[in-house]
Design a protein. Sequence first.
Length: 114
Amino acid sequence: MKAIFIDARNQTVTEIEIENDLYVMYDKIGCRVMQVVEYRDEFIVCDEEARLKTWEHGFALGDWRICGNALIVSDNEDGDFTDTKMTAKKIAEEIRFFGTEEKLPEPLIHVIAF
């Protein structure tokens, strides 16, 4: 499937072909638990535990602040991941990378009582 790979360490945004397989995505992102967040009718797939690790790189995209690497994908009517409709060029215009020279934002945690 066509995806956009955001490499936070090297500060690059590239279009890639990746197998729609959980473990292939884990390996590409560099994680063991994924978080999926909505971004402009697409999805950012990133490391759910990234802020608990010693990541030194991340990025801001829209209102999201992500630590580590990520993929951007779309979904179909069944909710399965599918080819992204975005382009690497468009994401590259919107992204802002964080590095070791800039402190990453602190994690934001909301507690909701039931």
